[in-house]
Design a protein around this ligand. Structure first.
Ligand SMILES: Nc1ncnc2c1ncn2[C@@H]1O[C@H](COP(=O)(O)OP(=O)(O)OP(=O)(O)O)[C@@H](O)[C@H]1O
Ligand SMILES: [Mg+2]
Length: 235
């Protein structure tokens, strides 16, 4: 079976697309209706970050409010290239290692307002190539080119990179796998974010149980959205 790009699974009229539009509008509201950059993360691995950041990016591009970039910042378990059927190289790691200019890494998608930067060549030590100054330079340049940036990041508990990148964006969307991720683990994650002065824009409860694997069904997405009222950092 030929597996298509995830963009071909997006049906604007579906209830799932409506939920994503609601999610987009809610996280925008959490940031006083100004949203330029959001990082998608979770406590641990395989909670649905890559899938949710991809659909959020498609939703934002379809809203036609500006140029959207989806950036794969998970240099350990890159997935955006797989989901959109794009080459892994040249991407973020090549920019951070100064092997490639930002402009050379921006890839087109089948959606006109959506561009992608994939993770790039897998580095043996991603932690070493992520430093605050490097990541600030890259995000500043990207904010100049794009109206909205969505970043697919690694999970917060096992890896330190997401906290570093999160300080360069408006806030974080936290993905929580329903029925699996324990309350105390989520609490630890929110504490780590709050202690680093990172704003939590909202959380998505990704419900795996009620759905089939997304590649095999158009009804792939079952999740509930939960969103905290807009407030100060980490409220
Ligand atoms: N709601 C869902 N229903 C069924 N399968 C799902 C759902 N959400 C995610 N998946 C599947 O779970 C797996 C992990 O999803 P995804 O890659 O989006 O998670 P992740 O948090 O980015 O993982 P990683 O920590 O490896 O980066 C994938 O195979 C994906 O297709
Ligand atoms: Mg992922």
């Amino acid at each position: 079976m030929k597996i298509e790009s995830i963009a071909s699974f997006y049906d604007m009229e579906s209830p799932e697309a409506t939920e994503f539009r609601r999610l987009y509008s809610n996280i925008k509201k959490s940031n006083n209706d100004q949203l330029k950059s959001v990082l998608v993360t979770s406590s641990t691995i395989e909670e649905g970050k890559s899938l949710i950041s991809s659909f959020l990016a498609i939703t934002m591009a379809e809203a036609k409010e500006g140029k959207v970039l989806l950036l794969d910042a998970d240099l350990r378990r890159p997935m955006i290239n797989v989901l959109f059927k794009l080459p892994l190289e040249k991407g973020l790691s090549d920019i951070l290692e100064k092997k490639c200019k930002v402009g050379k890494t921006i890839k087109d998608t089948s959606i006109s307002g959506l561009k992608i930067i994939t993770a790039g060549r897998i580095s043996e030590s991603p932690t070493l190539i992520f430093n605050q100054e490097n990541i600030r330079k890259v995000t500043e340049e990207l904010k100049f080119y794009f109206d909205f940036i969505i970043i697919d990041a690694p999970p917060v508990i096992p890896v330190s990179d997401p906290l570093l990148i999160a300080s360069e964006v408006d806030g974080v969307l936290l993905v929580i796998k329903a029925g699996t991720t324990k309350k105390e683990v989520v609490k630890r994650t929110t504490n780590l974010l709050i202690n680093s002065n990172i704003k939590i824009l909202g959380a998505v409860i990704n419900d795996f149980d009620s759905v089939l694997p997304f590649y095999y069904s158009s009804k792939y997405y079952g999740y509930k959205y939960y969103h905290k009222k807009a407030g100060g950092k980490g409220e």
